[in-house]
Design a protein around this ligand. Sequence first.
Ligand code: BG6
Length: 494
Amino acid sequence: MPSQPCTLIIFGATGDLTHRKLIPALYNLWIDGNLSSALTILGFARREKTNEQFRSELKETAEEFSRQKIDGTRWEHFASSIYYCRGAFGATEQYTSLAKTLDALDTQRGTCGNRLFYLAAAPEQFETILENLRQSELSTTRANSWTRIVIEKPFGTDLLSAQRLNSLVEGVCPEHSTYRIDHYLGKETAQNIMVLRFANALFEAVWNARYIHHVQITASETIGVEGRAGYYEQAGALRDIVQNHLLQLLCLIAMEPPIDLGADSIRDEKVKVLRSLRPIVGNEVPLYVVRAQYMAGTINGREVLAYREERGVHPQSFTETFVALHVNIDNWRWAGVPFFIRVGKRLPKRRTEIAVHFKSVPHILFKKAIQEVEENVLAICIQPDEGVFLQVSAKLPGSTVRIQPVKMNFHYGTSFGRATPEAYERLLLDAINGDASLFARRDEVEEAWRFVDGIRSHWNTSSTKDVAFYPAGSWGSSEADRLTEVCGAKWRRL
Ligand code: BG6
């Protein structure tokens, strides 16, 4: 069914996110018949350009980044819904002319006055944009139509700044109309976690401390900072990926079943998990957290620079590009089950995976079966080979009892025979249709910061001696091994 009609106003329309993610996602939604024919896109940015220029620049990048190939005629049709409005984010009077343009588009294109403001600009511009939306009354919902605001990450840099931004947003737009993006929640496999857990009696029955030994969540990337050193130097891996994407995945794995699929029911359960995270503070930080930075090395046969040699990085920088954590969830279901998280840039492979390691059976029966019986592992691969893989023990054919681990595999690609949509496709469509279940709520973001801030405040006051270094192309700091060793486990080889 096509989406609700609306105008999507993009602040930061000439930036990378618009070019690489938003427009390709909208094009794919459009050719798949998911968008209303009245859907209108209005780019708002500083540079002077015509609608035609804007459209042709977008086409060039869409050709590179779109999931489905760009078809000339269909693009022309799609692009006729794209407009450009020049304006400086801080110039209050330009919001008055933006309002006029929007009124005209409402009439011309039949958007029913519905507006989705998308903040794809740099975070330091958020406050100015929000304040101007409020002053110009563009954020005020009019009769018989809706107004929503989508905010990109990073949502603050710590708890205080997130709270401040949240209060600002609240003064402009009610919580139920605020959509904080975490693109990991839009990934098909992340959405499948709830289905896997709550639609399969097989898993839910054993999803607790009685049967689960530990959980590993890994996000490994081969890329480095990709020209984003200015941002990354301040952020580091803990704030860049753990605070948002990985804690969200952890919530989906650990949460209790929600009472229904309503956005708040799901988010209530996720917040409970975040509130149950055992704080890691003070001298415990080095025991539970390992941080490291990549040196020069080789990835897929290609030599790459050290982080400190990347353009825009301070030559003595101690920013972590790898972090591993041992996290505990202090609640009934997870008492005593360690959750290990590991993320890093310039690792040998791109893979995001959640591996649930079950406890071993008592080995009495197969004592003589030569090999140790390996435990069951349920691996949920978020990317790139999206799927679910279950490791079970099986008897090797033959006259003696020999046991070997085998895999029962489910790959999205082969099981459903069609490509999975990009995360931004799903998230944009949900925001247009008013479904906030895949977006972070205020308290989720703040609780995640509270946890991360505990670790960072120790780092801020302690020496940087604990920052380890790893060659690019390796699996990060070997220091991380001691985290899993506490429960006799090893990091999975991916
Ligand atoms: C972003 C981070 O949020 O997520 C990047 O800022 C990271 O540093 C990216 O590379 C990873 O996203 P994906 O979808 O490629 O796994």
